[in-house]
Write a protein that binds this ligand. Structure first.
Ligand SMILES: Cc1cc2nc3c(=O)[nH]c(=O)nc-3n(C[C@H](O)[C@H](O)[C@H](O)COP(=O)(O)OP(=O)(O)OC[C@H]3O[C@@H](n4cnc5c(N)ncnc54)[C@H](O)[C@@H]3O)c2cc1C
Length: 377
């Protein structure tokens, strides 16, 4: 039996499992390891944060997907990878050998340093898989606030995730505690919000933030949490009670202890076939992979890599030639702005409205339903 090991239950691996469920290989044993049998689907995160759907409605049932693909699921994350011995060690102590393996473990972020006794409440937006625990802890804290209190919520990071989650979080906090005076701020290290988007979508996001009563401080890099606020790179202290940390994505720390070729952010360098550079039996996809030229850290790329990855994993197991994956030139980003509205952005094009939010919700619901089909007798 050829051993195929899928490390992480990210978006790309969902497509791999779907492909093997549709077309099984009799001489292949597939194992999936992850830190949870339910995987977060990034597209639905803003709707969930805004309280428009339940957590469960945003998750893919990976264990059930494994069952359909005839794969074994192990609920324990990988902690170490020995490329020459083709061996992975899990947090539960299991050691798994593989012939071909693929990494789709997502990304994390560098948390701010913290100095002081009266720090603001930190909500780190990555890793996504454990965001629900941190979000619940914040909501529990908010429940304890005295009536009529004033709260400054500051988001650090001017990318799509930072803008979108701040608006969703503000909408939900206002709903949870209408008696509190909520103020929202966004710090962006770069001069422009959504630096990768065109001028029109950037203007739309600025307008949406202004409508939500959120003040933007551009060219301000949040460095550390200090008593009562955030220390910025220019030495100023910005007052904050709650801090959403949504700075750029980086690779998981344990990858640094492997001999994998990593880029400056700690992502695994891959060829255009998604095979790891210099490792023809090892693949990486989604946020944890460093493609050349670099791609934004967005779920849509992990999704687009999925079927090519499935084809190349099948080919690698059979010893056949791999095919190149072609990244899309432009992708459509649908960014929730709270209050049942969203912005669509593709290259220079941009539009917004309630219908964009409804459109986004339909796309996301279809995606989830694809991997969580209703139970059949
Ligand atoms: C708040 C927020 C909102 C976002 N909204 C959007 C959006 O609307 N649209 C969009 O396109 N992108 C969005 N993004 C970006 C998006 O979340 C990521 O780009 C996307 O999730 C990457 O997909 P992935 O398949 O690479 O990894 P992930 O979806 O992160 O999946 C990784 C999987 O690996 C598992 N795992 C992690 N470590 C290990 C380990 N050591 N061993 C085994 N398993 C492990 C995790 O549990 C998880 O199941 C958002 C990001 C954030 C932070």
């Amino acid at each position: 039996m050829i051993q195929l090991l899928l490390i992480g239950a990210g978006h790309a691996h969902a497509f791999v499992l779907e492909a093997f469920a549709k077309q099984p290989e009799s001489d292949l044993a597939i194992t999936v390891v992850s830190d949870s049998p339910l995987a977060a689907y990034s597209g639905s995160v803003p709707a969930w944060l805004a309280g428009e759907c339940t957590l469960r409605e945003t998750q893919i049932d990976v264990a059930a997907l494994c069952q359909r693909a005839g794969a074994r699921f192990i609920d324990s994350p990988a902690e170490a990878l020995d490329t020459s011995a083709r061996r992975v060690t899990l947090a539960n102590g299991d050691v798994l050998h593989f012939d071909v393996a693929s990494l789709n473990v997502g990304s994390t972020l560098v948390r701010p340093e913290q100095h002081g006794q009266h720090l603001p409440h930190l909500l780190a937006m990555r890793p996504l898989s454990s965001l629900h625990h941190r979000w619940q802890a914040l909501r529990d804290n908010v429940e304890q606030l005295p009536p009529g209190a004033s709260q400054r919520v500051v988001s650090v990071g001017g990318g799509a995730a930072g803008c979108e989650t701040l608006m969703s979080v503000m909408a939900q906090l206002r709903h949870q505690r209408p008696d509190i005076h909520w103020q929202g701020y966004l710090l962006s290290a770069s001069p422009k919000l959504l630096p990768e988007a065109g001028r029109l979508p950037r203007w739309l996001i600025q307008r949406a933030l202004a409508k939500a009563g959120i003040k933007v401080h551009a060219r301000v890099r949040g460095e550390a949490l200090v008593d009562g606020g955030i220390l910025a790179s220019d030495g100023k202290r910005i007052e904050a009670d709650i801090v959403l940390w949504a700075t750029g994505a980086v690779g998981h720390r344990w990858l640094c202890d492997t001999r994998l070729p990593l880029d400056a952010q700690g992502f695994v360098q891959v060829e255009n076939t998604l095979a790891v550079v210099g490792q023809p039996n090892l693949f990486a996809a989604g946020d944890c992979s460093a493609f050349d030229p670099p791609l934004p850290n967005a779920g849509v790329y992990a999704v687009r890599m999925g079927s090519s990855l499935a084809g190349n994993l099948r080919a690698a197991c059979r010893g056949e030639t791999l095919s190149a994956w072609q990244p899309p030139k432009r992708v459509l980003a649908l960014i929730g702005t709270g209050g049942g509205r969203a912005i669509a952005s593709r290259g220079a094009m941009g539009f917004s409205g309630r219908w964009v939010w409804q459109w986004k919700k339909r796309i996301d619901a279809r995606f989830i339903a694809r991997f969580n089909p209703p139970f059949e007798d």
